[in-house]
Design a protein around this ligand. Structure first.
Ligand code: BDR
Ligand code: CA
Length: 313
């Protein structure tokens, strides 16, 4: 089978970086057509730069990287330096990128690519706020039908929230964009906190990254060393949750995940619960399902896959 064509929409972020590395390490399964940066964890000028740093770390400087929206649809940008550090990629010391940033705007690239490629053959992989995807859908509604699938990291049901008591960061930053995406009609698969909080980098798992002994293995271990302090202090968890790599892993090994086809609506009206993913996990409404909402992960299988693939770079 030919590799699945994907566009990674991202706001790196250490966990975004690992998601990109996993995808780039898996050319038999995934053909990364392009990487589109969005403002999120840190402002756009850093996320687009970080995306290029990661491509160079992977030894894939020919990857196309585009810059997209620098602010949510109608709100002020909220960032997460408290988690990811000032650069967004704090931890390892990595060189500034020399590979170019593409001239085209990320939104134009997404639209053009979906129109140019055969219908139903391009999967979008959003790992940050959904601004770029929503703007593309608003500007070119015809692309909704052309998307094979949207596999995104965002939201929560049982875990509820990480940036507010009821909202997960990616959805909270641009809830209006999330609303557009969840209503677009394309097949959607969601990796919520319910899954990603089970993908924890324990000391043993981080030692396995470091033991690869390669620049990639060591950099991922150092990213995790930095990134984990937040979750350990805040939640007392066993290590850093690798949120975004769950998206890449799902595309390679969907059997590692289980979930339900349910209705998911986005709260945009309430100050108290802004950005909440109102997920009808128990099927208590008659609202039509619009997403496959994942609930569980084979964490050992996930880390075995990730470590093996990182070792290929
Ligand atoms: C999400 O928010 C970001 O901080 C991470 O990169 C991830 O995409 C987790 O809530
Ligand atoms: Ca992210």
């Amino acid at each position: 089978m030919s590799p699945r064509k994907i566009i990674i929409d991202t706001d790196p972020g250490q966990d975004d970086a690992v998601a990109i590395l996993l995808a780039l390490a898996s050319p038999d399964e995934l053909d990364v057509l392009g990487i589109t940066a969005v403002a999120g964890n840190v402002p756009l000028h850093l996320t687009q730069k970080n995306a290029r740093i990661v491509c160079e770390l992977a030894g894939k400087p020919d990857t196309l990287v585009f810059a997209g929206c620098d602010a949510p649809l109608s709100r002020k940008l909220v960032t997460a330096e408290h988690v990811h550090g000032k650069t967004g990629l704090d931890g390892p010391t990595l060189p500034d990128p020399t590979m170019p940033l593409q001239d085209q705007h990320a939104v134009d690239y997404i639209i053009e690519t979906l129109r140019a490629e055969e219908q139903g053959t391009v999967t979008l992989c959003p790992l940050g706020p959904l601004t770029n995807i929503a703007v593309a859908l608003q500007r070119a509604p015809d692309i909704a039908d052309r998307i094979q699938e949207i596999v995104l990291m965002g939201g929560a049901y049982f875990e509820v929230g990480n940036i507010t008591p009821t909202a997960e960061f990616n959805i909270y930053v641009d809830p209006e964009a999330a609303k557009v995406v969840f209503a677009c009609g394309a097949p959607i698969t969601v990796m919520p906190l319910d899954v990603t909080h089970k993908a924890l980098v324990t000391a043993e798992r981080n030692a396995a990254f470091r033991a690869l002994g390669t620049p990639v293995g060591v950099a991922v271990a150092e990213m995790t060393d930095f990134f984990e302090r937040f979750d350990k202090e805040k939640y007392g968890s066993a290590g850093a949750p690798l949120h975004d790599p769950c998206v890449s892993a799902y595309l390679i090994r969907p059997d590692l995940f289980t979930g339900r086809q349910i209705n998911v609506e986005i709260e945009t009206g309430s100050d108290l619960t802004l950005g909440m993913t109102v997920a009808d996990w128990w099927g208590v409404t008659d609202r039509a399902p619009n997403a496959t909402f994942m609930g569980d992960i084979d964490a050992n299988g996930f880390f075995a896959l990730l470590t093996e693939r990182l070792g290929r770079l």
